[in-house]
Each structure stands twice: as structure tokens, then as C-alpha cells.
Design a protein around this ligand. Structure first.
Ligand code: FAD
Length: 271
């Protein structure tokens, strides 16, 4: 705990005042930081990550309770924003879920978990339709109508059919923007930008069961101090870890933080 007695604060800042040559702006800023130290946020669901995964989940669960979403940088900075080609789902009548599953298994050299591939292929159309209903402007065929929309499908590497829906060549940007707008307008969701999750808080740290996660320590980058978030549920949606490579088209935030936090909390990590 930091000292919070008023005379202590004045005393501390009195020293800074003398040292910093009457820099009052800096003094005000430091005073604000000091007073805000140890801030605690509370919510039902803490979602760490504001890409497609985090924002979609936030929108789904916000019907049930208060949600806080964290992003390490600006809310749009993640792999989602940079995705170009598009998103795969079986929309064409000549295509099939079985074919999508088979193509995915071949592209994954048989290493993909069967159950996960099946689940994703079967639910892809429903999820893309949810994005469409939320306002993502996927390109459409010229001869379609609002009553019978036909989406323009491209064929990408590894796919035996045309099954990629896209928004020109900036699909990720279109998705991120639309999800952000919907989150922004949702009364139950708060986004904390430039707040890095540092570690999960397991209940054993406060005298309980080690397996239970009850929140997270977060670093407020603007005010440069640690805060806590207490939550009934914590979701890791921190994206990938491609920044382990020196050269990558992934953004800097893809540094595997969530995987590391899960591991430190006792999860098994596999590739
Ligand atoms: C250049 C490029 C092109 C791509 N093209 C395609 C494509 O055409 N089709 C396709 O299907 N996929 C494509 N992908 C992959 C796709 O973009 C990703 O798989 C997907 O966007 C991942 O979404 P996500 O929400 O899991 O992660 P991200 O969008 O990366 O979001 C991660 C979030 O976690 C936050 N975060 C991370 N660590 C912390 C922390 N410690 N504290 C707080 N917040 C944190 C970040 O700030 C960010 O908000 C492409 C990727 C790239 C980089």
C-alpha cells in the first residue's frame, strides 16, 4: 500500500516541487497519478483483448452483465484490423461443410483438432451472418437484392471452393470498425485502451482456491501505475504470439501475453 495520508502526499510532492523547478503542470499530473493509484475496477466479465475475438464475445455477454474490455494500445490495434483477404464460410450452394472441414485438415497437415475444425466449419455461416447483421459491409454480387443478398465469394489458397467473404481488400478493418461501433454504443461495455493486462489474479493469492481466477492486474500506460480488475469471469482474447519472430506482418501487440498469463496461472500450453 502506498501512503495515502494527505500530509504524506503534500510532503512527497513538496520535494518534487522543489526538484522540478516549479513545473506545475508536471506536478498536477503526478499528483493526479498518485491519487489514482490502486484504482480497482469491477465487472462481471473482463475481456482481455479488443480484436474480433474479444469484441464479439463482449457484445454477446453484455446482455447478461457489465463487461470491461482491455486493449494494450488503441482499441483497433490488433491483427484483426490488418486482415485483408476475408473470412471463410460455406455460403455457396455447390459447397459443403464436409469440404470445408477436409480442406482445413489438409491445410493443417492433419494437425488440427478435429472437434474444433468441425465446430468452426459448422458455425461459420451463422457467425458471419451475425457480423452482417451487425453492419459489416461484405461485398455483394451486382445482381443481388436486399431480399435475396448474394455475397461475392473469392477462392483463396487451400480452399477447393469459393468461400471467402470480403470487404474489398480491407476485410479486417471493416470488421474491427463495425464491432467497435457496436461496442461503443453498448451501455454495458467499457473499453480501457492502453491498459496492459500484466497477470491474472488467482484466488490463492487472496487465500482461496488456486484454480479460480478472480481478476487481473493491469498497467495503466497513460498514468503509469498498476490497477486491479475484479471480475466473475476473465476471458483471454489477446491474439497470437507472432512477435517472437523478428520479421512479421503482425502488429506489435501480438506478443503472446495471454498465453504466458494462462501458463503462469497453471494452464497447460500446447502448440
Ligand atoms: C496482415 C494480416 C493479414 C491477415 N489476413 C487474414 C485473412 O485474410 N483472413 C483471416 O481469416 N485471417 C487473417 N489474418 C489473421 C487474423 O487477423 C487473426 O487470426 C485474427 O484477427 C485474430 O483475432 P484476435 O481477436 O484473436 O486477435 P487480435 O485482433 O490480434 O487482437 C488481440 C487484442 O489483444 C490485445 N492484447 C494483447 N495482449 C494484451 C495485454 N497484455 N493486455 C491487454 N490487451 C492485450 C491487443 O491490444 C488486441 O486488442 C491476418 C493477420 C494479419 C496480421
Amino acid at each position: 500500500m502506498l501512503p495515502c495520508h494527505f500530509t504524506d502526499i503534500i510532503h512527497t510532492f513538496g520535494k518534487i516541487f522543489l526538484k522540478r523547478n516549479l513545473d506545475c503542470t508536471r506536478l498536477d499530473w503526478e499528483f493526479d497519478c498518485f491519487m489514482n493509484t490502486n484504482r480497482e475496477h469491477q465487472c462481471d466479465v473482463l475481456v482481455i483483448g479488443s480484436g474480433a475475438a474479444g469484441l464479439s464475445l463482449a457484445l454477446r455477454v453484455a446482455k447478461k452483465g457489465k463487461v470491461i474490455v482491455l486493449s494494450k494500445g488503441p482499441r483497433s490495434e490488433g491483427a484483426t484490423y490488418y486482415a485483408q483477404g476475408g473470412i471463410a464460410a460455406v455460403f455457396d450452394e455447390s459447397d459443403s461443410i464436409e469440404s470445408h472441414i477436409q480442406d482445413t485438415q489438409i491445410a493443417g497437415a492433419g494437425l488440427c483438432e478435429e472437434e474444433a475444425v468441425e465446430f468452426i466449419a459448422k458455425n461459420a455461416k451463422k457467425c458471419v451472418q451475425w457480423l452482417i447483421d451487425g453492419g459489416v459491409p461484405f461485398d455483394r454480387e451486382e445482381d443481388d437484392s436486399d431480399d435475396d443478398p448474394k455475397y461475392h465469394l473469392t477462392r483463396e489458397g487451400g480452399h477447393s471452393h469459393r468461400r471467402i467473404l470480403h470487404a474489398a481488400d480491407a476485410t479486417g478493418m471493416a470488421m474491427q470498425t463495425s464491432l467497435q461501433d457496436n461496442v461503443h454504443n453498448h451501455p454495458n461495455i467499457t473499453i480501457l485502451e492502453r491498459h496492459n493486462a500484466l497477470d491474472l489474479i488467482c484466488e490463492d493469492k487472496i487465500g482461496g482456491n488456486q484454480d479460480k481466477v478472480v481478476g487481473a492486474y493491469i498497467w495503466n500506460r497513460q498514468q503509469e501505475h498498476v490497477e486491479t480488475v475484479r471480475a466473475k469471469f476473465v476471458v483471454l482474447a489477446t491474439g497470437g504470439a507472432s512477435k517472437v519472430y523478428q520479421y512479421t506482418s503482425n502488429p506489435d501487440v501480438s506478443s503472446g501475453d495471454g498465453i504466458a498469463m494462462a501458463w503462469r496461472a497453471g494452464c497447460r500450453v500446447a502448440t
